[in-house]
Design a protein around this ligand. Structure first.
Ligand code: GLY
Length: 420
């Protein structure tokens, strides 16, 4: 039996907790810090996800056997390495890569270097620092609009700029490298196509391909307005057919796993490939060292196999022996957000109607309990996910239920899946 501590507090962690809870191999489940959704499944504990010393004490005091890391921050900050270097923690199962492995997300220049070295298809790029700023400017002048600037390092989704005007792009590049403390910007060629997200779980040698998804990042319908963490998702993605997935596996997944091995990088966990379909060829836009959110809320419900058994395969390096059965049904998800998100928004609005939901799963993102009520506590508040025989069927169930849930300022996109 595994006593599991899950780190994180979003919809992804609620979805992970929901699935872990179904495992016959689960003993106790704790979520740090969790949200009011995870509180109904396991026990929330008030520990910061980057407070490794407090996490250590909790693990020892509560006989935790496995730690599942939801978000990227603890991974990039070295939680895996902290465990491996600690005599009391080194035998605790930790699901997530080493800090070097997490650099595939934590450092855009490392990801680009890695992809070039292992011939993994990605767009052309140039690394620019203060030292070669002039070269960077000349490079932009020769490029076609729009200009893509990616600030190195974790930026919580705020490190990518897609700029139409040449003057603005040069101004922004100079500003980032001279006025801000950022040291490196990756200038990338913009690529046109349709995005999709592909996920694998790996023990560093073997891998299993999880269901793919398509995420809707813009706040406005028709993919307009500001970028968000994601306003909805759908799985499967019709254009990711067997032929396209084979190309992804051969050109991207296998060289990535082999490259990590060749670099002697410890990688036990999830890899999220953010891809673009360009004329039926997959190109990597970005890597992430975790599952996406709200992609988790559609891909995890499609995993029929025992997730804890798969996670044990990751730690014991026998993932090849494990079974991964995928539900053939569609799962869609729609995020209910607070008015103003991704800008300034209010918190503390009472959420009503959660008890009326019948054919959707409600995953909590930004919620908290206060004086007996569940109240909003984030920009993305709830994720409504439904199974369906097809996209239309899943979305119909979702939109029936989005009407039943109420909080002041509730906002959601009604066009999830519109383009596929
Ligand atoms: N939904 C995109 C992400 O999690 O990065």
């Amino acid at each position: 039996m595994e006593n599991i501590l899950l780190l994180g507090s979003g919809g992804r962690e609620h979805a992970l907790a929901w699935k872990i809870k179904q495992s016959p191999k689960l003993g106790d489940l704790y979520i740090a810090p969790g949200n009011s959704g995870t509180a109904t499944i396991g026990k929330n504990v008030n520990i910061l996800i980057t407070d490794f010393e407090s996490i250590k004490h909790f693990i020892i005091n509560n006989a935790i056997t496995m730690v599942v890391v939801g978000p990227e921050e603890p991974l990039v900050k070295g939680i895996y390495d902290f465990f491996k270097q600690d005599g009391k923690l080194k035998n605790i199962s930790l699901i997530g890569p080493s800090s070097k492995g997490a650099m595939i997300e934590g450092s855009k220049s490392f990801a680009k270097f890695f992809m070039s070295k292992y011939s993994i298809p990605t767009s052309e790029y140039l690394n620019v620092t203060k030292e070669n700023l002039e070269e960077g400017i000349c490079h932009i002048e020769k490029m076609e609009s729009p200009y893509v600037l990616k600030v190195d390092g974790l930026a919580s989704g705020k490190g990518v700029f897609i700029i139409d005007s040449l003057e603005e792009a040069i101004k922004q590049l100079k500003f980032i490298l001279t006025e801000r403390v950022d040291e490196l910007v990756v200038i990338e060629k913009f690529i046109y196509g349709i995005e999709c997200s592909v996920f694998v779980i790996t023990d560093g040698v073997n891998y299993k391909i999880l269901p793919e998804a398509k995420d809707y990042k813009r706040i406005g319908e028709g993919d307009t307005g500001l970028n968000t963490g994601g306003m909805g998702a759908i799985s499967p993605v019709p254009f990711v057919d067997k032929v396209f997935m084979k190309k992804i596996e051969k050109r991207i997944i296998i060289p990535t796993i082999n490259g990590l091995k060749k670099e002697n990088i410890d990688y036990n966990g999830f890899i999220f490939f953010g891809l673009m379909n360009v004329d039926n060829d997959p190109i990597v836009i970005e890597y992430n060292c975790r599952i996406g959110d709200p992609e988790a809320e559609v891909i995890i419900p499609r995993i029929k196999s025992d997730l804890v058994d798969l996670l044990e395969g990751v730690v014991n390096k026998n993932l090849f022996e494990k079974e991964l059965i995928i539900d053939s049904r569609t799962v869609a998800s729609v995020v209910l957000a607070s008015k103003g998100y991704p800008g300034i928004y209010d918190k503390g609005k009472i959420i009503e109607g959660l008890d009326k939901i019948q054919d959707s799963i409600i995953f909590h993102s930004g919620t908290i309990e206060s004086k007996g009520s569940i109240i909003t506590n984030g920009g993305r508040v709830l994720v409504v996910s439904s199974y369906g025989e097809n996209k239309k069927d899943a979305l119909q169930k979702i939109f029936k239920n989005t009407k039943l849930i109420n909080f002041e300022g509730k906002y959601y996109r009604r066009d999830i899946g519109f383009d596929i």
